[in-house]
Design a protein. Sequence first.
Length: 242
Amino acid sequence: MRILVDERGKKYLLKDEEFHTNFGFIKKKDIESCKVGDVLKTHLGREFRVIKPNVNDYIKLMERKCSIILPKDIGMVIAYTGLGSGQRVLEAGTGAGAAAIYFGNIVGPEGKVYSYEVREDFVDVARANISGFALENVFVKFQDIKGGIEEKDMDLVFLDLIKPWEVIEHLNDVLKIGGYVAAYTPYIEQFQILQRVLKKFNFSQLNTLECILRDIEVKNRGTRPKTRMVGHTGYLTFARRL
Ligand SMILES: C[S@@+](CC[C@H](N)C(=O)[O-])C[C@H]1O[C@@H](n2cnc3c(N)ncnc32)[C@H](O)[C@@H]1O
């Protein structure tokens, strides 16, 4: 898999066809024969570097029909639950497959990710995105998670649903002792209900966090946070089965 990076750092997914941009076009035969590290020139002489995409490059460029989780938030989920190689993750809903791809990449070939999605058109997009990143440890299920969960011995259950509390009662049977529930919700009212339900089903170490990220710009006249920022994405609620 290869992508092109232009002189401003903008990235483009490569297909085996002639490549057109505002900077001119690159011939199909140059695209077909290029290798990672090559610099390709358009007919106007503008340069594009060929690189192998990492998980962030790929997720930014892949197809989507819904909003996806951002690196800052998935980074918190991975760090706060201590997710690592060989672990087992259950997720709902899949959406475009962004969180599933991050998880599959982190748990590696010895780990497994099972992801439930109710919309068939989303399932198709997510499966194509997952196989496009060559992951064989991520399984998308066209199933409503409220209809029951078959998987057991999970290290993490990640919920990106409007009403995540609706599945909490099943999670004691799904999680290992010491396993985590993590839920991503945009509204305060959602995690208030979620925390109540997590307590009712005896989950421990309840914690809700928000990650506010500021990009810093370095200019000749001074260094400071950028004027524009993403004000809010979602709250992350964590709990543990002890
Ligand atoms: C915001 S999207 C998830 C985005 C995903 N986390 C990502 O990063 O690409 C929420 C998804 O949950 C799915 N969904 C909603 N209720 C569900 C349910 N009961 N079972 C399975 N999937 C569900 C929706 O169809 C939608 O695709």
